[in-house]
Structure formats: C-alpha cells, structure tokens
Design a protein around this ligand. Sequence first.
Ligand code: GLU
Ligand code: MG
Length: 445
Amino acid sequence: MVRDVSVPLGEDVQLVRFLYCDFSGVTRGKAVHAKHLARKLREGVGLTRAQMAMNLLDELCPVDGMEPVGEIRLIPDLATLRTLPWDRRSASVYCDQVGQDGEDWGACPRGFLRHAAEKLAAVGIEVQASFENEFYLAREAEGRYAPFDHAPVYSAIGLDLSADVMHDIVEALEEQGLDVAQSINEYGAGQHEISIAPATPLAAGDRQMRLRDTVRGVALRHGLLASFAAKPFPAEVGSGAHIHFSLWRGGKNLMYDPANPGRLSETGLHFVGGILSHLRALTALTCPNYNSYRRLQPHAWASAYVSWGYDNRETAVRVASPFRGSEEETFNAELKTSDPSANPYLALGGLLLAGLDGLERGVEPGAPCLHDPALLESADREALGILPLPPSMREALQELEADRVLMDGMGDFLSRAYLTVRRSEEQAFSAQDTDFEISRHFYRF
Ligand code: GLU
Ligand code: MG
C-alpha cells in the first residue's frame, strides 16, 4: 500500500480509527484511510459539535454550543497509535478535541484530564495511576444475554474455561504496550479481571480506552460479547474499575511514610481526605451510568459509603498494603467507587482535582474504618463521619452540580454539557424497565 507517512503501522493497515470518549463512556470516532494519514494527523478529522451532545441512546441533547452547526477537529496523539491485533487491517489512535483555532474547545475530556494533571505538576506532584478492570464475557442469543461460564471465583477451572479468549486478550494488550500484571477469574459468572501497570494520568486514561477496546474486539473474534457495564447481570456482582493512584516527586513516593501508622503519609492523608470530601459528587463521574447505581451496594466489595481504610475492601478508598521488599515503590491507594463504564479521562481528572483540593486545604480524612462500614451501628458511622454514597444517578448529578471544585475544574461548557447529556439518560432509563436498561448497556462499553 502507498503510504505518505512514516509511523509505526502494521503493513496491512488500511483504516486508522481516530477515537475519543464521549460523556457516556462510549468510544466513538471515524476511520481514515491509511494513505491519507499524514495529512489527517496534521489537520485532524472533522466532527460536528453536536456529536458530544449525543447520549448513551444516540439521542441528541439540547446543549448550547453543541448544535449540529459548526465543527471541531479530532487531533490524534501519535504516541497512542497502535495496530489492532484483532483486526490487523485497522489501527487506532486517541484524539484531543480542538476548535478551528487548534485550541481545546472547552469540552474535551482528554483535555480536562491533561489540565488536572498539570495542576498537580504545578505543585511538584507527578501522579501514577491505573484502572483495575473487571468485565463480563457473555453470549447473546435472540437479544438475551447469558454469562460465558459459571466457574467458582479464582478457580483453576475458570482459568481453563476461558483460556482461549483470555490468552488472546492478554497477548493483544501486551502487543500494544499495556503491561499486564494479573488476569483473574472473578467472582461473577463469566466475570474476569485484568490489572495493568500504572502510568502518568493521560497515559492511564488512554490505556483504559485501549484495554476496553481490545477486550471487546478480541472477545468478538471469539463470538463473545464483553461488557464493561457496572452491572450487566443484575443478579451477579458488579464490575469495578478501581482507580489505583500514587503521588511522586523526584523518585520519592509522597504517599509513603513508614513512620506513620498504616504508612500513609500526611500528603497521602490529605489527598485521600480531598477525595472523600468530594466523593458524593465525584461519583457522578466515576460511576456515571444509570446501571452504575446497582453496583454500589454494601457487602459487594464495591463501596457503599464515603469511607476509607487500610486493606478494607468495603471502603470507598482502600489503602493497599505494599509488597515486601518494594514497599515505597508499590505503596498506593485505590478508589473503589469507580466502574469501567466511566469516561476514564473525566473519572481520573475528577479524582485528581478532588485530591488536590484536599492537599490545598489540608483535609483530614478522619479515622480509618476498621470494619465493613455497613455493619457499624448508624451512630458509629455518624461518629466517624461516614455518609452513604448517592443511591442513584439522579442524586449523584445533583451532588456534582453543587460541587464548586469539580464544576469549576470542568469549566462552564464541559460541566453544562455533561449534566445535560447525563440527565437525559437518567430520565430515559428511569422511565423504562430493567430489560431495557440491560440491553442498552451491552454494545456500548
Ligand atoms: N466486584 C467488586 C466491585 O464491584 C470488586 C471485587 C474485588 O475487590 O476484586 O468493585
Ligand atoms: Mg476484582
């Protein structure tokens, strides 16, 4: 094939997908013929402004500035260009959304995360983050969905039953440079988990996009559907995408202080305090879909309360114990109040802004929770300042709208558009039944 560009593309690549993540968490984009790549890398691909006002149901929502009039451009970040191992005639690249002037048009999720990371960099903090994904493998027959298998959690039989598809998934992730740490047969029927190495925030967001796209793409080649919805099977456990994070300066882990009980430093405490103080609002970004609120229940290791603890799998923030011999290197915390249907740029960007606010205000997170918060007497929860998470998308969006730090961080255009699109989904789904909800959460993310 004739090429006018020297980028690392597979020989057979014919189409290059210029991708972005919409507010609902759906990967969307346009594919460009490889022979035009050099030009398109420069000028970008045009997209109507209205496209970001499209909700999960492909309905156009009324957002000022996002009418089907006028265009933005998808400008690819070449560092993210990869040939797709499950379709070698395709490559993909993740894009920024800019206006005709070449500047962020004010509603680019990737730009939002970049700015949030820059705010931390401005106070000398580098972040390392990764999304720890759970997802379901399923089969579809006549519009009904059934889990791929029914193996016991962490079982060898589960690993055997899913070996063909999971080996292909892991190989495809590795080939694209995502460093796979673990692949687990999870608790739910057909549920799996893959964890990958941490990276800088923007790279972590891009990797989350690539991981979801890859798992879905490879699963399809095996005649399976992969779902990154929070609870695609209402009777099974939910899927989390816990966000692991650590803070660094000059090779030093700022969250690690062996002299402190639990080893969480003052900086770490304040960052966690910031996340908790914004968590009820942040949930609208990290657990953002109608279906997400089925997952945030007690006793499901998914978090149901604004709380934190050391290796406590029921708290929203779990400070993970480090590995022996590499304590400082591996010390990190995870936000469990996060699921894989989220737009990763908005979810991680929101987490960073909340944590930074905690650093700036010196927010104390209170005492760590030593038990499952749901098992405490309500008076004890109150004494520890443990509030419930929002029970629904509707309430989470109200919290977000009232949160000045997150709303100002998103800016007027992005926040207004996000709230409008999400509220339209909340209205549509709350008027329908569970079957409708589940069917509209397959083939999305
Ligand atoms: N499935 C749980 C969730 O929804 C997480 C289980 C685990 O800790 O691995 O977040
Ligand atoms: Mg898990």
